[in-house]
Write a protein that binds this ligand. Structure first.
Ligand code: NAD
Length: 294
């Protein structure tokens, strides 16, 4: 069994042999050559991103969202500094000076973790979601300087006008994120505002975002700083690796102890992780993405 973090690299394709178990993130639907190579290898490919727990959640995606959510505020605060292109505002302010205003779009894992850090640093935080039960939950667990609001165009328009940091953490499972901030809306925002679109890996919820890297993480449009790194946890590999291993290790041990067939038979959620088995695509969405038999 080969346990990795990221998808196999092209230089590794030919090293993977028939019958080997490869347990890692694959994201097959977004990269056809990887799918073809794994089908050809006849390996057993178990994808972190489709493993489910007993409630249908995705336990091996949660740690990365936790890291990215917390990090989004750290990055936002950094680029809010004047020498890095921002408005020159300290997140928590100081006695006698207003703190920064942080607007978070999406109150899932990323949004909640961002809200915790932003509020902990003393900023004024608004967190928006379309799920009323989620908003109720957020109002129960988050401190009083976080205001959960319903996500609609009226609230977004009014809040971004004097926001200092906007975080994008919206997810429509299996679909592209909706563009909640359009290019036109940037004109309403102040110079030096920082947009951190964490959802960029799913297309982003800010129209002007395009994926960036840790080497060149930001760009500026209409005076607004955009941070859109598609692999944020990669900048804090120590934290990310331990967080991911905490979540994967139980599965690794189960597969090692029992073999993948018995382990998957006994754990239906782990079985959902099977994407490609001995040359066959066994995950419907992956097959559908390329009109392949399933
Ligand atoms: P999640 O499912 O926990 O939360 C998404 C939330 O968005 C849900 O609460 C949902 O109700 C809400 N939502 C849907 N439509 C909305 C709308 N119109 N307005 C406001 N909220 C809306 O997802 P998550 O784990 O928090 O992940 C969020 C995004 O971050 C995903 O696209 C994920 O892939 C991405 N992500 C990126 C990185 C990175 O390095 N860039 C790392 C981890 C996760």
């Amino acid at each position: 069994m080969i346990v990795k973090v990221k998808e196999p690299l092209e230089s590794e394709y030919s090293l993977i042999r028939s019958g080997q178990i490869v347990f890692t993130y694959f994201h097959f639907a977004s990269y056809k050559p990887l799918l073809e190579a794994m089908v050809k290898s006849k390996a057993i490919c178990i994808a972190y991103e489709t493993v489910e727990d007993s409630l249908g959640r995705l336990p091996l995606l949660i740690p990365m969202s936790e890291v990215a959510g917390r990090m989004s505020i750290q990055e936002g605060a950094k680029y809010l500094e004047k020498p890095l292109g921002g408005k020159g505002i300290l997140l928590g302010g100081v006695p006698g000076v207003e703190p920064a205003k942080v607007v978070i779009l999406g109150g899932g894992v990323v949004g909640t973790e961002a809200a915790k850090i932003a509020s902990g640093m003393g900023s004024k935080v608004y967190i928006l979601d379309v799920n009323l039960n989620r908003l109720k939950h957020l109002s129960e667990i988050l401190p009083k300087n976080v205001i959960p609001l319903f996500s609609n165009q009226y609230n977004i328009n009014r809040l971004i006008k004097d926001a200092d940091i906007v975080i994008g953490g919206v997810l429509i499972p299996g679909g592209k994120a909706p563009k909640l901030i359009t290019r036109e809306m940037l004109k309403e925002m102040q110079d030096g505002v920082v947009l951190v679109d964490v959802a960029v890996d799913q297309g982003g919820c800010i129209e002007t975002c395009r994926p960036t890297t840790h080497e060149a993480p930001t760009f500026v449009i209409d005076g607004v700083v955009h941070y859109c790194v598609a692999n944020m946890p990669g900048a804090v590999p120590y934290t990310s690796t331990v967080a991911l291993n905490n979540a994967t290790f139980g599965y690794v041990k189960k597969i090692a102890d029992k073999g993948w067939e018995l382990a998957c038979k006994e754990d239906k959620g782990l079985c959902r992780g099977l994407n490609v088995v001995k040359g066959k695509i066994v995950y419907e969405a992956v097959a559908n993405a390329f009109n392949r038999p399933y």
